[in-house]
Design a protein around this ligand. Structure first.
Ligand SMILES: [Zn+2]
Length: 380
C-alpha cells in the first residue's frame, strides 16, 4: 500500500489521484500563472515492499491556460527519506515539461516515507531551531531577535552579530517562500557571523550584522510559491501603488519598520531562480539592480551602490544567468528604500537547481563577504 500526501510543513500538491498501485498524478498549487506556479513537495508513504513509483506532476489547472512550467523544468528534483539529514538529486532524471506535465520515477524502499521536492527544502521549523541553537551555544558572539509575528502568529526570527555603532549590513531571505537556496544562504551567513573563524571575528569588530533567513514564515510553512497568508507578494512590496505610504503585506510592514528604525548602510536580499532553461552558464544564479542610479540623491550613497553593482558583476556568480542585471520594478522594497531613504541593496538569486543546503550557504556566504568588503572600503 503506497500513499502520496502533501499536508505537512512546506508541502505543495493537490488533486492527488492514484492511477495504479505504483503510479500517481497530482497538480502543483501555484500562486501566479507565470513564474510562481512550479513548486511541489510531496511524501510517498510505502507500507509494503520496495517499489518504483511513477509520478505525473501536472501544471496547476486553475488558470485554464498554460503556466510557467516549461520554463522551469528540467531542474534538479531533490529527494530524501523523511527524518534523514540530507536531500540528494534524483539522479539521471531531469524531465522536460511535455503536454503540461513532468513525469519521473522515484525508488521507494520497504516501509519508507520518502520526500520529493523541487528544492532542497528549508523548513521554518528547522531554520528557527538552527538560529535558536546558535544563540544558545554562542552567547558571546550573537543573539536572536524577532521583528514581530506573521499573520498566523509565527515569529520572524533573526540573528544579530557584531558591534553596535559600526556600519550596519542587514540580510533577508525568503520573501518568496519556496526560494529555499536563498534561505540556506542567509542561514549560512548567520552561522559564519557567529562562528569562531578569525575572519568572522574581524567582521564582528567592524560591522553590525542582522540576518533574517525566513521573512515570510506562513508562506514557507504552507508551501507557497510567492505569497504570504494574505495572498500577497512580499517582493512586490507596494502592490500596484509604488507611492503608497506603507507596504501591502503585514510581514513587509514589519520589515519596513525594522529597516527604518535601524537605517542599515546596505541590505542584502536573497532570492532564487529554479532550473536553467532560460539561463546561460552554471551555476545559473542572477541579480537585480535599480536602473536609475539617480534614485540615490546623496553622492556617497550612489558611489556605494555603484561599487556594490561592480561587486555583484565582477566578484559573484550573478552573471551566470544573463549578461546584465534584471531590473527592480518601482513597487519593490529595493527600489523604494533606494528612492525614499537612499539605502543601497545587493540583490542576489541563488539557483535552486544547483544549490541545496551546502552550496546555497557557500554562495550566500561568498556574496556576503564580497559585499562586506566593498561596504567597509567605501565607509572608510
Ligand atoms: Zn524571488
Amino acid at each position: 500500500m503506497i500513499k502520496l500526501v502533501t499536508d505537512f510543513e512546506c508541502g505543495n500538491g493537490k488533486n492527488v489521484k492514484q492511477l495504479a498501485e505504483d503510479r500517481f498524478r497530482l497538480e502543483v498549487d501555484g500562486d501566479k500563472q507565470s513564474g510562481y506556479c512550479n513548486y511541489f513537495c510531496l511524501d510517498l508513504i510505502n507500507e509494503g515492499p520496495a517499489a518504483e513509483v511513477t509520478i505525473e506532476l501536472w501544471e496547476d489547472s486553475k488558470w485554464g491556460a498554460p503556466t510557467g512550467f516549461p520554463a522551469v523544468f528540467p531542474t534538479t528534483l531533490w529527494f530524501k527519506p523523511v527524518g534523514f539529514h540530507r536531500y540528494r538529486p534524483l539522479r539521471g532524471q531531469c524531465p522536460e515539461c511535455i503536454d503540461r506535465k513532468v513525469t519521473f520515477k522515484v525508488p521507494v524502499e520497504q516501509n519508507q516515507r520518502l520526500r520529493v521536492a523541487m528544492t532542497y527544502v528549508a523548513p521554518y521549523s528547522e531554520v528557527s531551531d538552527a538560529l535558536s541553537a546558535f544563540a544558545d551555544q554562542r552567547p558571546d558572539r550573537c543573539e536572536r531577535f524577532s521583528v514581530g509575528q506573521s499573520v498566523q502568529g509565527r515569529e520572524i526570527w533573526g540573528l544579530r552579530a557584531g558591534t553596535p555603532g559600526k556600519p550596519k549590513l542587514f540580510c533577508v531571505a525568503g520573501q518568496h517562500p519556496h526560494e529555499h537556496a536563498g534561505v540556506w544562504g542567509a542561514l549560512g551567513i548567520a552561522d559564519f557571523m557567529s562562528s569562531l573563524l578569525p575572519e568572522a571575528g574581524a567582521l564582528r569588530d567592524q560591522l553590525e550584522v542582522m540576518v533574517i533567513p525566513i521573512a515570510n514564515p506562513d508562506g514557507n510553512v504552507a508551501g507557497r510559491n510567492a505569497f504570504n497568508a494574505e495572498g500577497l507578494d512580499m517582493y512586490l512590496t507596494f502592490g500596484e501603488t509604488p507611492d503608497a505610504s506603507e507596504p501591502e503585506a503585514h510581514e513587509s510592514r514589519l520589515l519596513w519598520k525594522w529597516v527604518l528604525d535601524a537605517m542599515p548602510d546596505v541590505w542584502l536580499n536573497f532570492h532564487c531562480y529554479t532550473g536553467w532553461k532560460l539561463n546561460s552558464e552554471p551555476p545559473y544564479d542572477g541579480w537585480y539592480e535599480v536602473e536609475d542610479r539617480g534614485l540615490f540623491r546623496d553622492p556617497a550613497r550612489r558611489r556605494l551602490y555603484d561599487a556594490l553593482c561592480d561587486t555583484m558583476r565582477l566578484e559573484t556568480e550573478a552573471l551566470s544567468t544573463h549578461e546584465r542585471a534584471s531590473i527592480h520594478r518601482p513597487t519593490t522594497m529595493c527600489h523604494q528604500m533606494a528612492k525614499r531613504y537612499g539605502i543601497p541593496h545587493a540583490f542576489y538569486e541563488i539557483n535552486n537547481g544547483t544549490a541545496g543546503k551546502h552550496a546555497g550557504a557557500q554562495r550566500g556566504l561568498h556574496v556576503f563577504k564580497r559585499v562586506a568588503n566593498t561596504l567597509l572600503h567605501q565607509m572608510k
